[in-house]
Structures are given as structure tokens and as C-alpha cells.
Design a protein. Structure first.
Length: 277
């Protein structure tokens, strides 16, 4: 009796799958996938022709569109497959929860972290971020992972789950620019007068400078030298590396031309892949 009752309950859980039902499910899947692929290909191309501020807004529509299309597809498919009642809903939810908990624990952890990332926004498409040793531009946010393009044109795929255990360094946090730092080590036995004015002029004459942001020169005594840091903002995010190169190149020549010695120390010169190199 109990076996027959359970079988009847299981039968009532599913609707009769006719040929038309299968066609409807296939149409929902194909249309959802096609719309997402269309947006995924179109929006980045549109964004490339927009100013930095609007480009970031357009790029951030991609993960939101994927999440929305997925939710709509599930919402449309469930009534086609299941006999939707409160009892059946609880039964299916419980079964799926147990199955998913064991089968796709790691994937589910990253997927949940991805949903959190969309709404909490530790990173967005177009942001320049550092996770661990990887620094680059966010070029795509998938359900499970985020993709970065580094300064060396490598594409790095990082699971969203790392937001639970690691700090996420976001250099621009949705803004159209970020701080860049050019560092110089000058001899400690020489006067530092004029260094601030020299480097400020170097920054202000750079073609990459964002004039709406401040230019700052910071100096600090080290064991072997005086560390000088020239901080400024480029007008365009993607110019950060050529901007640092320009500041370093012309700043070094300007300091040497003023008779200020630039030295190297055992602690200085370690490679840094971020914009503060």
C-alpha cells in the first residue's frame, strides 16, 4: 500500500512529457542561450565606443543579463516538467538540495559567491583588480568564475569562491580612473629641495594625466635611500602602464638633469604587476 502510494505521488510530481512539451523546453533553452550570447557579443563592442564611465556601466549589464535569463528560463521550464503544488515543490527542493550538496559542492560554493559578487560588487566588468598574485582587468564574470586579462595579455580564470578567503583589491572600484605610482630612490646624502616641484611638473605635462584629480609627491627615508613616490591619475584606465612608464622615464631624466642622484638598493626593484609599480 505504501509502495503504491509513493509511486502515485512520484507520478503526480511530473507532468506528461509530450512532444510539444519537449519542443517548448527546447525553445526556452535555445532562446535564452541565444539572447545571452547576443548580449555577450554585442555589449562589449558597443562599450568599446563609449567613454570609460559609460563603458563600465554597459559591461556590467552582462552578468546581470545572464542571471536574469537563467532565472526566467527556470521559471518557464519548471511548470512544463513538474506538477507545481506546494507539496511537490517541497519534495523537489529537498531532493535537489541533498543531491546538489554532495555532487556539486565546490561549484555551488563558487556559484553562490558569484551571485553575492553581482550584488555586493567587489568587482565589476571593466574593473582592474588583484586577487592573490593576479592583477588585471575584469573581462567576464561567469556563474562560477571571473576572468582577468593581465598586463601581459594573459587571461586568468579565478573561482568566485576566493572572495570568501582572500582580500579583493579593486584599483578603480567602478570609477573611470585609478591611482598610478612611479617610484624613485634618490641618494640620502643629497638635498631633496626641488624634487616635489620637478616631479609635479613631470606629471602635469603628461598627455595621459586626468587633470580633475590631484598630483601628489610623497617622500620617505629608507635605510639606504630616500624613497620618492609620484602619485597621479590617468584619464583612461587602460593607459595606466604607459602612464607609469611616461612618469618614470621623464621623471628620472628630470631628476638626473637637476643633479639629483638616483640609486638602487637591495630592497628596491622587486617587480610589482599592479598600477602602483
Amino acid at each position: 500500500m505504501d509502495s503504491n502510494t509513493n509511486m502515485q505521488d512520484l507520478t503526480r510530481l511530473f507532468n506528461d512529457l509530450t512532444g510539444w512539451t519537449v519542443v517548448q523546453i527546447a525553445l526556452v533553452v535555445v532562446l535564452s542561450f541565444g539572447l545571452y550570447q547576443g548580449l555577450r557579443l554585442t555589449l562589449p563592442r558597443v562599450a568599446e565606443h563609449l567613454p570609460a564611465r559609460f563603458r563600465l556601466l554597459v559591461l556590467n549589464l552582462i552578468p546581470l543579463a545572464r542571471l536574469t535569463l537563467f532565472a526566467v528560463a527556470v521559471f518557464l521550464i519548471i511548470p512544463l516538467v513538474f506538477n507545481v503544488t506546494l507539496k511537490n515543490f517541497v519534495l523537489v527542493l529537498g531532493g535537489l538540495g541533498v543531491a546538489l550538496g554532495f555532487a556539486v559542492k565546490d561549484w555551488a560554493t563558487s556559484a553562490v559567491a558569484g551571485v553575492v559578487a553581482i550584488f555586493e560588487r567587489p568587482y565589476r566588468s571593466g574593473d582592474w583588480i588583484r586577487i592573490g598574485e593576479d592583477y588585471g582587468e575584469v573581462i567576464d564574470i561567469h556563474t562560477r568564475s571571473v576572468k582577468l586579462r593581465t598586463a601581459d595579455d594573459d587571461v586568468v580564470t579565478i573561482p568566485h569562491a576566493r572572495i570568501w578567503t582572500e582580500n579583493i583589491v579593486n584599483s578603480n572600484d567602478g570609477e573611470k580612473t585609478l591611482m598610478c605610482v612611479a617610484e624613485f630612490m634618490v641618494a640620502p646624502d643629497k638635498p631633496t629641495g626641488g624634487i616635489r616641484d620637478i616631479l609635479t611638473d613631470v606629471a602635469c605635462t603628461s598627455p595621459y594625466l586626468d587633470w580633475s584629480r590631484p598630483v601628489v609627491v610623497v617622500m620617505r627615508n629608507e635605510v639606504y635611500a630616500t624613497r620618492v613616490r609620484l602619485k597621479a591619475y590617468p584619464f583612461e584606465l587602460r593607459d595606466q602602464f604607459v602612464f607609469i612608464t611616461d612618469l618614470t622615464d621623464r621623471g628620472r631624466d628630470a631628476l638626473l638633469g637637476a643633479g639629483i642622484s638616483i640609486i638602487s638598493t637591495p630592497e628596491f626593484g622587486m617587480e610589482n604587476n599592479g598600477p602602483n609599480a
